[in-house]
Each structure stands twice: as structure tokens, then as C-alpha cells.
Design a protein around this ligand. Sequence first.
Ligand code: PLP
Ligand code: COI
Length: 339
Amino acid sequence: MVDLKWSELPFGYIKTNYNVRAYFKNGNWSKLEITDKEHIDIHMAATCLHYGQEAFEGMKAYRGKDGKIRLFRWEENWKRLQNSANGILMEPVPKDLFFEMLKTVVLKNEEFIPPYGTGASLYIRPLLFGSGVRVGVKPADEYTFLIFVTPVGPYFKEGFKPVKIAIIRDSDRAAPLGTGTLKVGGNYAASLRGGERVHAEGYGAPMYLDAIEKKYIDEIGAANFFAIKDGTYITPKSSSILPSITNKSLIQLVEHLGYKAERRPVREDELSGFEEVGACGTAAIISPIGEIKDLDSGEVYKYCPDGKPGPISTKLYETLLAIQYGDMEDPFGWVTFLD
Ligand code: PLP
Ligand code: COI
């Protein structure tokens, strides 16, 4: 095991031993290549550089109390990458190759998987991009797929403590018929201005509203939004948000725990009636929200009056982590053991 301050890790990059790569050329995927190089050699006319032909994933490996390494719903990440690839006309990565590369990169960097109980995990970043040469706006004929890993701590510095969120209207991360449902780099480039603006004003992340009416809640930075009201878990339905695997899991979990779940358009003016609100995602896990400020109207919505996350958010957080780290039986078949 490498010597790191595991419980103080930020959500950032730390060099590990290896990454894995494969190349699509002349109609075929290569075998995987294991390398310790952190750089990639790329043609200056590659489509990813000019036309944003690029998609990525975000997932985690967890070390349980039993020392075993667990992945959470990796097939869902593979499916979403297929969808992102199809959405921007890239060559999809075959499932077997994806899993072989995933397993290899995690096991080759085993000493970087944080010890159980430190609150940290190994973040896994699959990345697919057009590496073929084009000058006209057209899909590439060559693709590179790579996966690197890095040990991480919480995405929001608060961890499982209430964060402050700001509603912005002066930029959109995605259009209703654009690429919002895909995990492509362009959406994140579009979100930088909003993210930096709200950070400078002291908020953890921006909340985006629907791009047409600015009336409905879309999502929060790099996480989906959920709310709790009268024993029901409510999360937005929208054609411009990323289908979060964490959110999908929380819907199943909340129903398993005996509550109801609704996926439907959620208006901003409903915020005043919610008992608990939060952000969810692989990096964010569940981040309870203590305050949402609409930076245009000045309206402030407050939650967690005693400074603590609400009971249902807490239950969901504890149960999700217990499944991911193997502290409780996985009733859904979400976990894959790697060793
Ligand atoms: N929304 C956006 C824009 C994201 O980048 C992410 C992170 O992947 C999520 C939501 C959460 O998705 P998931 O739970 O699959 O990590
Ligand atoms: C994730 O939750 O895995 C993400 O991809 C968030 C990331 C963009 C920081």
C-alpha cells in the first residue's frame, strides 16, 4: 500500500502506476496496452481536439472491511459510454474490452485503492476520443480508449454536510435536443463559466434550470438533483440532464426502503415545499443541500435547520455506502468483486 493521507484526500489527480489503452484502427480494436506513461501522443488534427469528439465515464472501486475490491454497477457505465459514443458518432467500445481494461487497471494499481474506513475510494476515469485526422467537420475513423485511476476523497469539501447551491440563468450546460444526456466533454466546457461564477460567490455548485423556460430544475453541476417530500423521493425528468447511475440506484433503494419515488418535471417554485434536497452522483455520492439561492430573483430556500442532513437523505447515504463497501448484503446485484 502506498503511503498517502487517505482520509484527507481531495477530489483530484494523484499519479498511479499504470493506465490502460486500446486503439480502434482499420475497423478493429487493438488488444489492451498497459503503460506507465501519463501523456498521450496525439495528432494535431485529431477530431477530439477540434470538434470535441470525446466522451468519458466516472466510476469507483471500493475496498471492503474484508479487503475485497468492489465495483459498483460497471455495466451501467459501459452502457452509458456506448450511448455517448453513438450520440457523437464515435466507435463504441466492446463490453469485453471495457471490462478487461477496467479490471486490469484497477488490479495493477491495487496499492492505490484506499483502505476501508478512510472515506476514500479509487476513482476510475474511462476516456474515449476521436484520434483520427480530419479537417472537415466529420467523425474520425480512428479512436483511442483509455482508463486511468486516481484515489479520491469527497467531491464537495463539505463531505456529507450541507452544501450551498446557486441557481444561475446566464449560461446553460446543455440544450433540450443537444448532448445533455451524454457524458461528453463539451457539456463540461459549457458548464465552466457557471461553475466558476458560483464558486467565486461562495457556493459549492450551480443549479441549472431548463434552457427554454428557466422554470424547471435540470441538474446541479456534475450531479443530479433530488428532493424529499411527504415520504416521496422526487427527481427531475428532463431531456438535457445526464442519466445518473447513482440517482437510478437511489430510486430503487428508496422504494426498497418503503418510500415512493417520482421522476417528473420539477419546478423551481416547488423548492420552498421540499423537506430535504440533495445532489447525487459518483463523485458527489449524496451531498445534502442546506441552502439554494436564486442569484437572479434573490430568493433563498433553506433546509437542514439544525445544520444536519435530513433523515431520508442520511438513510440513503448510509445504505448506498454500505452496499458499495460491502457492509451490508447487496440485494440488487450491483456489486462486482474484482479479486
Ligand atoms: N450529472 C452530471 C452532469 C455528471 O457529470 C454526473 C457524474 O457522472 C452525474 C450527473 C452523476 O452521474 P453518476 O451517478 O452516474 O455518476
Ligand atoms: C462523476 O460523478 O463521476 C463525475 O463524472 C463528476 C466529474 C465530472 C467530476
